[in-house]
Every structure is written in C-alpha cells, then in structure tokens.
Design a protein around this ligand. Sequence first.
Ligand code: ZN
Length: 90
Amino acid sequence: MIHAEENAILKLSLSPLSCKGSSIYITHFPCQRCCKLIYQSGIRRVVYLQESMKIEKELIFFKKLRIKIEKLNIINPDGEIGIRAGFKIQ
Ligand SMILES: [Zn+2]
C-alpha cells in the first residue's frame, strides 16, 4: 500500500516542479518510512493535524535534520477536522 505522502511526492516527481524547500500538508504525522522520503525529497517543513502513533523518534529525526514541524488545529464548518496531503512550493 502506498501512503499519501509517497503518492504526493511521486506525483510531483512526474511534473516539472520539485519538492526542494517545500512544505507538505498532511492530516497525520508521517510514519518513519515517509519521514525518510520527505527528507530525501527536499521537503523542509511538515504541517500536520494529528498524530496516530507515538512520534518521539520521528520528531528527533526531523529536528536533527532541521525539518520544521507545525501542528495545526483546523476545524471546518461541519465540525470535521481534515486536510489533504499537498505541497506549498516556496
Ligand atoms: Zn507513511
């Protein structure tokens, strides 16, 4: 199974754009595999809504590599929390 982060990064790799220096917006904090892929792709900021597991190791990984991490609290008018994986090219 392919994760949303992998799917977004792979789709962008088929375009003329690059992940280098970009931000990724995701609903859940990424798993270890996606953390490595995020770093290797050049993404330098991770914005997420919630954790679905313990993230201590992943936080240390990102902090060592100077990847910015931001947790959002977004509730839409229906009272649901959610955004889709995507990029903001800087
Ligand atoms: Zn993942």
